[in-house]
Each structure stands twice: as C-alpha cells, then as structure tokens.
Design a protein around this ligand. Structure first.
Ligand SMILES: [Fe+2]
Length: 251
C-alpha cells in the first residue's frame, strides 16, 4: 500500500523535477504501489505457466511492465495553487517525465491557477470498464482529472473512485478470464475485466491503483496519466455513483 519516500537522494531528485510547478512549497512524496511490475509478474505467474514478460512482448502490449513503482503522490502540507499546463493545453514537461516513470501522478491539497482552472468538462463513467480516453489519432494523449475544492459539488469527498492499471494487467487478466481472441496482439481501447463483485478489491494496491477522491471537504485533488501506457476505469463502492469529476486532455 501507499508508502512514504524516505530516501533523501530520491526526494531531492524528484523535488528538482517538481520545483517548476511546486515553487518550493513543502510537500511529502509517496509511492502508491511499490515494486508494481514485480507484483504483476508474481500474481499472474500463479495462473499462467509461460514467462509473463515474454507473453506481453509476444502480444505486443505497449509499455507492458514498465513501472517499477506505480503512482507518485505529492501531498502538500497547506493548500497549493498550481500551474500545471499552458492555456493551449500542453502539460508541463517535467510532469511528462514523471508520468513516464510512475504511470500516474497525484497531487493532494492542490488546485489549479485561475487562468486554466475552468478548461475542463465533467465526466463520470458508469461502470467497471477499463479504457483509454484518447486513441492513436489524438495528439493530446494525457488525461488530467480534477476535484476542485471551490466547486459547489466537488468540494465534498466523492463516493466513487478512479482506478488505474498497467496495460499488461488488462491483457493478462483477459488471458486468465479466457476472453482473448486467438493470437490476439496489441492493446485494446476497452477491456471488460474484473467482475465487480468484491473479489477485485483484493487486487487494489497490488495490480490496481485506486485514486479514491476521498480527501476531506475543501481539499483539492488532481490526477494524471498518459493514455498510451495506463488504462483507467471508474469504480463504484456502493449505490452512490458519485458526482462527475473534472476531466481534460493535454498534449
Ligand atoms: Fe475515461
């Protein structure tokens, strides 16, 4: 589960990359799932005989098992206003580097500067269905989700979460559930995997990264991925489907 980064050398290195957007505001750094690719390999080795890396390679799954550590969480001590992308919707370069390394980046206790704050639409996917928001044809491949602490609705914790996986998990889980086509190659844009019946929760923090959106009232949250390397889904915990979260796409 979520683990605070304590190694000062790693903290310094990450802080250097973050300083353009954080402007030296104090924060703590955590990793959502440590040893992610190893965890995926260990889990699926129980169900699949062949070498897990070979299987993903042969199936031409892009970015498969790319993340040693999945999900970098930046938690500010006091609420922080951030300028994370340009008005013409280009994501900060340092964040792109961090997304390439950690797959998912989460900012807690943060909100966007006023000139870009409203550049979003509201979205809420109805059920457990891992998918990509942007395809090959799109240039803006980064998905960027927000919970605005000043918004009438979004200021409250949300009852539904957003979940993220490595492309390899989608393919390997489909393999285990026997829903692959014969000699299927490449990554699909949608996967119906992990029946929503409770058992899938055991894989949270291991195969699945959950962004719960449950920080207290008035605490902003921001989360981003590259649709090429990570798939996502909405996840409902009960009957309340949650409000629509802020979504935007960036280059
Ligand atoms: Fe989506």
């Amino acid at each position: 589960m979520e683990e605070l980064i304590k190694n000062q050398h790693i903290i310094d290195e990450l802080s250097r990359k973050l300083k353009v957007v954080t402007r030296y505001k104090p924060f703590q750094l955590s990793i959502a799932i440590k040893g992610y690719s190893d965890k995926i390999i260990t889990h699926y080795s129980e169900f699949i005989k062949n070498d897990i890396r070979d299987i993903c390679q042969q199936a031409e799954i892009p970015y498969a098992l790319n993340f040693n550590n999945f999900g970098l969480i930046i938690s500010f001590k006091t609420a922080c206003e951030l300028d994370l992308h340009s008005q013409d919707m280009v994501l900060d370069n340092n964040l792109k580097e961090l997304i390439a390394e950690f797959g998912t980046i989460v900012f807690r206790n943060a909100y966007l500067v006023s000139n870009i704050k409203e550049l979003y639409h509201r979205n809420n996917f109805p059920h457990l269905n891992f998918h990509t928001d942007r395809g090959e044809i799109h240039d803006n491949k980064y998905s960027f989700y927000t919970r605005d602490p000043f918004d009438e609705e979004q200021q409250y914790p949300r009852k539904a979460s957003t979940i993220f996986i490595d492309n390899a998990v989608a393919y390997l889980q489909s393999h285990v559930e026997k829903s692959l086509r014969e000699n299927e190659k490449g990554r699909r844009s949608h996967y119906s995997i992990f029946k929503h019946e409770g058992k899938e929760k055991e894989t949270f923090g291991k195969l699945i990264l959950e962004q719960p959106w449950t920080e207290p009232q008035g605490i902003g949250e921001i989360c981003m991925i590259d649709n090429q390397s990570v798939l996502h889904s909405s996840y409902k915990h009960g009957l309340d489907h949650g409000y629509r979260i802020g979504a935007r796409y960036l280059s």
